[in-house]
Design a binder for this molecule. Structure first.
Ligand SMILES: [Zn+2]
Length: 73
């Protein structure tokens, strides 16, 4: 039996937007994390988006933000 599809599913996890397939995504920091110069630089470069203090307890914590289609996942 071939299980090629299982391998593909496993690899399609991080780094790609599940909505539009873009790799132009940013990690989301939730809450008040330590604000470092490195974090500031990643914000400027669009690699990181701040979730701010707006917690939505009825939804799972989203870890990534797509810079192309604006979806969070
Ligand atoms: Zn997207």
């Amino acid at each position: 039996m071939k299980n090629d599809k299982d391998v593909e599913n496993t690899e399609a996890a991080e780094g790609v937007c599940p909505y539009c397939g873009s790799r132009n995504i940013a990690r989301i920091f939730r809450g008040m994390s330590t604000f470092t110069e490195e974090l500031q630089r990643e914000l400027d470069e669009g690699k990181v988006a701040l979730g701010g203090c707006v917690f939505e307890y009825d939804r799972p914590i989203l870890l990534y933000h797509c810079n192309d289609c604006e979806e969070e996942f």
